[in-house]
Design a protein around this ligand. Sequence first.
Ligand code: 13P
Ligand code: SF4
Length: 300
Amino acid sequence: MSTIHKINELKKQRDAVILAHYYVNDEVQAIADYVGDSFYLSKAATNIQAKTILFCGVSFMGESAKILNPKKTVIMPDLEADCPMAHMADSAKIEQLRREYPDLAVVCYINSTAKLKTYSDVCVTSSNAVKIVKALPNQHIYFIPDENLGRYVASQVPEKHIILNEGYCHVHKDITAASVQKTKEAHPGAEILVHPECTKDVTELADYIGSTSGIIDYAEQSKAEEFIICTELGVLYELKQKNPDKRFYSAGHQQCCPDMKRITLEKVAEALEQMTNFVEMEEELRIRANRPLERMLELG
Ligand code: 13P
Ligand code: SF4
């Protein structure tokens, strides 16, 4: 039996649906029921009828699905797939800033541990961060953990005081302005599409800045025929499917998230067969982490 056939059989037996982020391997995206950016996937997770959610992504994604759907069984193909940035903020600093600014709102990128979410007022993703920060009544905002997304939000919401934290995504940080410019010299007609996790000098070169789905939608609607993609290159699978006649170039880097790439078809089949890789957490932690996520769904 092929691995794909096995997965389809096991899905029926386990009453499971598969959610996958655009950064996982192409063949995993191909067998998923829902593929999307972080916001789409968290919304999708709340509307699932099946008993089991198999989340193909990194741990904060599976955790968020479980926090929002405590009654569902949530499993992951590889529990070790983790986003390093999700850990890059510190509760002591949050408490210190809360003392300093009584009206502080702690805005937490969904790329964060459940524990960090419990210290936060609202979660955001790259597709709704600007909208949510604008909508908050608070003047002082502490944006965790991603400095680059925080800086991008600050540039779009200049009327607020946004305090940044020193977290980063190593995949996006490694994309340099010099190599984006070099790629542009080789393809002068190409539009530069940039994820807001990239550094400031890269976002300054952008024709478009947005989440993974924002980038995919922009490329589809644009009249341009060539694009330089400044994000993890898993997005190429969807970009090429939707735009077979357009050309896509990397920004001259590997642009590969090793954690996302841990998810393979074999591990998907194994997780469904063994039903052991459960996402679990204490109920008290779940309830506290759920508040900022629910607030994001209301405001986003
Ligand atoms: P989005 O798909 O929401 O743009 O998130 C990017 C990301 O880094 C996920 O790990
Ligand atoms: Fe984390 Fe970056 Fe990988 Fe996304 S691409 S999971 S932000 S390390």
